[in-house]
Design a protein around this ligand. Sequence first.
Ligand SMILES: [Zn+2]
Length: 236
Amino acid sequence: MKITLFTGKTFDIEQALGFKIKVVKSTRAKRMTLRIDAKERIPVLTMPSRCSAARAVEFVNSHRDWITNSLGRLPEAKKFENNETISLFGQNITIVHSPEMRSGALLREDRLFVSGDIEFLHRRVKDYIKKQAREIFYQKSKILAEKLGTKLNDVTIKDTKSRWGSCSSMHNINYSWRIALAPGYVIDYLIAHEVSHLVHQDHSEAFWQCVSDLYPQAEQGKNWLKKHSRLLYRYE
Ligand SMILES: [Zn+2]
């Protein structure tokens, strides 16, 4: 990423360092600090807004070992594998690599057949889930939006790990594809949550009442996400 210096010039810190890093400029920070964003698997540098680029590079360079070790200690990123059983839209399905099959991915009962070279298996499964998620999450969201007497424009499936869903004032909802891997009641909770934001833009009492009216098991879904979300975002 590029950072804009207080002189107004931009500086490509990633190019200077040779690895990916996120930079947060802060008017409140008195000194530079480094941390690891475990979800995105990337170091994050917080720097005072008047700090020079040269000092930032020097600071990060002096912590290279720490960064490498910290990233190495993160739970391993996961790819979908042949014969792996996953929970998909609340149903247990097994991934079956089928190189002889013509193209794409095909669900037959509880087995997902995936064509092509094994090295593209992860990509193919992910593309399949994203495509299905767009359809399934859109239908579920639309039903709930109608219950609330509000309009739903569109549903988009995102790859971000920072949030499971978000809702815009234009009546569009974004969901992370990884939520498809959660138990069914977690998916339904999240959809009730985002659809409720079409009516309540905050997390007020009225909002939470709306969520549990739409989906009485909401609390259970919320708790699951709090405890187990790591299981979802470890997928690449
Ligand atoms: Zn919310």
